[in-house]
Design a protein around this ligand. Structure first.
Ligand code: PXP
Length: 240
């Protein structure tokens, strides 16, 4: 059964716009779980532009809510993440000037650093994922690094679908990487830029076990409400 992870960073963005306490990401994490999400994703960025340390600490300690904490390879952030004891960690690239995570990790450049972090997290029994581009070389490196999971960056596919351009080549690339990873015992996740349409295409790839969806899902909830949007995504990922 495919799982749905909901990224609630944008609830913190809205709260921070006023510098007050509402809407509360901790309440949101419980609400999203009760609305049918399998896990909650939060990104503790180095610039703390949305989720802050206290949010992360509180959200990671909520009982019966599986938390996927996204972090960069920054040693201070890794240290904090381990203290917060999330269920899962996804390592992502981070660049101060970016609006959002623009691509997957540069695995070759960060191989040694990543290896050390993965070993550390494994010792703490935290499921570890690497956010990578849909490249067979990166899947091979991920296998070498002995991560538990990979999350494939779906931003390019999502952009092609949204702009009504040809997307079959990119979809095939994602499928090929997913099959190769799964055959080599890596759990495959997908995320970035996903709306209903792109998620529907990706849900046909059997090997993808988890979708992590944020911006569109939260944006659409302004009109439809979180429970309805979460239910719709659940139905999409359930179907083939
Ligand atoms: N997965 C990862 C690893 C991400 O970094 C992000 C963006 O923060 C997402 C999923 C969610 O992307 P979006 O907000 O575009 O749905």
């Amino acid at each position: 059964m495919k799982r749905l992870g909901v990224n609630i960073d944008h609830i913190a963005t809205l709260r921070n716009a006023r510098g007050e306490l509402h809407p509360d990401p901790v309440f949101a994490a419980k609400f999203v779980k009760n609305s049918g999400a399998d896990s909650i994703t939060i990104h503790l960025r180095e610039d703390r532009r949305h989720i802050n340390d206290l949010d992360a600490k509180k959200i990671c300690s909520i009982k019966n809510v599986l938390v996927n904490l996204e972090i960069s390879t920054n040693s201070q952030i890794v240290k904090k993440a381990i203290q917060f004891k999330p269920d899962f960690i996804c390592i992502v690239p981070e660049n101060r000037k970016e609006i959002t995570t623009e691509g997957g990790l540069n695995l070759n450049k960060n191989k040694n650093k990543l290896k050390k972090i993965i070993n550390k997290l494994k010792k703490k029994k935290i499921r570890t994922s690497l956010f990578i581009n849909p490249s067979l070389n990166d899947v091979k490196t991920s296998i070498e690094l002995k991560t538990n999971c990979i999350e494939i960056h779906t931003g390019k596919l999502a952009n092609l679908v949204k702009s009504k351009k040809k997307f079959n080549k990119e979809l095939k690339r994602i499928k090929k990487c997913s099959i190769y990873a799964s055959n080599n015992n890596l759990e495959v996740h997908a995320g970035h830029g996903l709306d209903y349409k792109t998620t529907r295409y990706l849900s046909r790839i059997n090997e993808i076990e988890e979708f992590n969806i944020g911006h569109f899902l939260i944006g659409e909830s302004i009109f439809e409400g979180l429970p309805k949007v979460i239910k719709r995504f659940r139905n999409i990922i359930k179907k083939k």
